[in-house]
Ligand binder design. Structure first.
Ligand SMILES: Cc1cc2nc3c(=O)[nH]c(=O)nc-3n(C[C@H](O)[C@H](O)[C@H](O)COP(=O)(O)OP(=O)(O)OC[C@H]3O[C@@H](n4cnc5c(N)ncnc54)[C@H](O)[C@@H]3O)c2cc1C
Length: 358
């Protein structure tokens, strides 16, 4: 593990060249090029837009080790919570931050659920930067910064069908399955009512170490927030029968697509439930229900970067939008933000030390 003394935005060649551009230079075989980006839904890559560095960063992670969290990824949240408690911290749930309060020079705390003020020496916001800006009413944040954040492109939204299987009938698949209706993984975010779904990701969840049969799984496909326009402004569980019918229709379409590769899928199901970009928007605040937050775009250069620091000196940003998407991106982003408090050297030394101790 290495760290740089400077956090200046580095725009190397591969941050400024698109994935397809680099693959075109390296390979002639069209099928090989498409196979190499077969798992691009993991980072919602778009042609002539997503930097090669994003592909390389995530592929390297997967090439070193593909992994699932035994028992489900909520065990990460539980573990994090236990660590915070062990060090004397408190974890509050059902407490939506509705305002980040600032005086003339810095943040002084947050208001939760519109009525409870909590004073703070520093505030770290791990939500979408547009949502963070909505919580801030201070001259310290310049209008130009607000405009830049608002103008940034978002990754596409997602539609998920969560599956519960009958016991002992679906052999556990220790890999992801990517299905495409056409002959390319590219451009699945551009579809019509007739051509959806152009692609999907199918995976099983891992309930125990080395399971023989899967209990649950998910099918995930792209979906644009515009498709949900009739239900904008509605709340979870209260969107109406037509929304439920829309979700059922889409789930059945996805099951039809999956059934071409896994013919037994329907008869192996106990039930399924669904989530749309509106669901993700309501639960996480991600703009447009985007799966991975702000999209990387080679054409934006430094303007496409969300800094971990803000003009409010004790307000910091973290999460998938400041570095990169997904679990890996969030981990790296956390180190970047925590470096503001502890220095990168201290964190890296501690990580190396703790790895040596194992
Ligand atoms: C369907 C789907 C499947 C995915 N699969 C994978 C995968 O297999 N591997 C992978 O690496 N990545 C995956 N990702 C991406 C990954 O989930 C995200 O990149 C990651 O969760 C982002 O983490 P975050 O901490 O930045 O934000 P979030 O996980 O969105 O966390 C933000 C939290 O802040 C809370 N919050 C929002 N507003 C407020 C407020 N005002 N006050 C208080 N709390 C607030 C939200 O409730 C949420 O808990 C997937 C994404 C989706 C949508």
């Amino acid at each position: 593990m290495k760290y740089a003394e400077s956090d200046a935005a580095i725009n190397t060649e591969f941050q400024l060249r698109a994935i397809d551009d680099v693959l075109d230079e390296l390979f002639d075989d069209e099928l090989l090029k498409r196979v190499l980006v077969g798992n691009l839904p993991l980072y919602a890559a778009e042609q002539d837009k997503t930097p090669f560095s994003t592909h390389a960063f995530i592929m390297d992670f997967y090439n070193q080790s593909a992994a699932r969290v035994v028992g489900g990824s909520d065990s990460i949240a539980t573990s994090l919570k236990n660590t915070i408690l062990r060090y004397g911290g408190t974890v509050k749930t059902q407490q939506k931050v509705t305002k980040i309060v600032c005086d003339e020079v810095k943040a002084t705390g947050v208001v939760m659920n519109d009525d409870c003020f909590m004073a703070a020496d520093a505030v770290v916001s791990a939500i979408h930067p547009m949502r963070t800006l909505e919580l801030l009413d201070t001259k310290l944040i310049r209008p130009a910064f607000r405009r830049r954040i608002h103008a940034m492109p978002q990754t596409v939204g997602g539609f998920s069908v969560y599956l519960e299987f009958k016991p002992g009938v679906v052999p556990y698949m220790n890999h992801n399955f990517y299905g495409y209706a056409g002959d390319t993984p590219w451009n699945c975010e551009h579809y019509t009512e007739e051509t959806w779904p152009k692609g999907y990701l199918y995976m099983h969840f891992c309930h125990e170490r080395a399971p023989k049969f899967a209990h649950t799984g998910v099918i995930l496909s792209y979906m644009q927030m515009e498709d949900l326009q009739p239900w904008w402004g509605t709340k979870v569980g209260r969107r109406g029968d037509d929304y439920e019918a829309f979700k059922r229709r889409k789930a059945e379409q996805l099951l039809d697509a999956l059934g071409k590769q896994f013919p037994d899928i329907r008869q192996n199901l106990v039930r399924y439930s669904t989530a749309t970009p509106l669901t993700y928007y309501d639960y996480t605040g991600t703009e447009g229900g985007s799966m991975y937050g702000i999209a990387k775009d080679i054409h934006l250069g430094a303007a496409g970067r969300v800094p971990q620091r803000t003009k409010v000196p004790n307000l910091f940003l973290t999460g998938q939008n400041i570095n990169s998407h997904g679990m890996l991106g969030v981990l790296v982003g956390s180190i970047v933000t925590c470096s503001e408090f502890l220095t990168a050297k201290t964190i890296y030394d501690q990580i190396i030390q703790s790895n040596q101790g194992e």
